[in-house]
Write a protein that binds this ligand. Structure first.
Ligand SMILES: [Zn+2]
Length: 171
């Protein structure tokens, strides 16, 4: 497969053609909403939550882990006015399929004898989880208890089903 970047400008043309009035959108999200969700390629949060440009901050990482999103959460709340956080994890998530120790072993085995690589990967908690619903509850509890979170924040937790496209509230 050729590198994807060679197609970007061409694929972007139709989007530019229908860009409309989005040049006038203000920087702060209109719905004062943050969605934290997984980077999984099957998820299109704007589509499945009915959001459009300018509506929300969508913070994505492996698993939709709130701990991994803290830097962005603080910037979003303190500088850009968001007051609601919705945490999404999803069925068939890759985070259910490995352990941090196993992933560290893969990285180390790919660089035999490289002490710098070994030390660096040992510093990372990959924040995998074993139980989907429990992981949503844990993330909501974690962010609710986070000292840097604005106390007036509304926090909810959700599961997105990759087989049906349906979202279900857990917390
Ligand atoms: Zn995932």
């Amino acid at each position: 497969m050729s590198p994807q970047h060679t197609e970007f400008v061409k694929r972007n043309e139709s989007y530019v053609a229908s860009f409309g009035g989005k040049d006038a959108l203000p920087m702060p999200p209109a719905k004062k909403l943050i969605v934290v969700t997984c980077m999984d390629a099957r998820l299109d949060p704007a589509a499945h939550l009915g959001l459009k440009e300018g509506d929300a901050h969508v913070i994505r990482n492996a698993g939709g882990c709130v701990r991994d999103a803290l830097r962005s959460l603080v910037i979003s709340q303190r500088l850009l006015g968001t007051r609601e956080i919705a945490v999404f994890h999803h069925t068939d998530c890759g985070m259910l399929t490995f352990t941090s120790d196993a992933l560290r072993r893969i990285v180390k085995d790919a660089a035999p004898g490289d002490a710098a690589v070994a030390a660096r990967v040992d510093e990372i908690d990959f924040l995998e989880f074993e139980d989907l619903h429990a992981s949503v509850k844990e993330d909501v509890a974690w962010v609710t208890g986070e000292a840097l979170l604005l106390p007036e924040t509304t926090v909810t937790g959700w599961v997105y089903d990759v087989k049906s496209g349906r979202v279900v509230q857990v917390v």
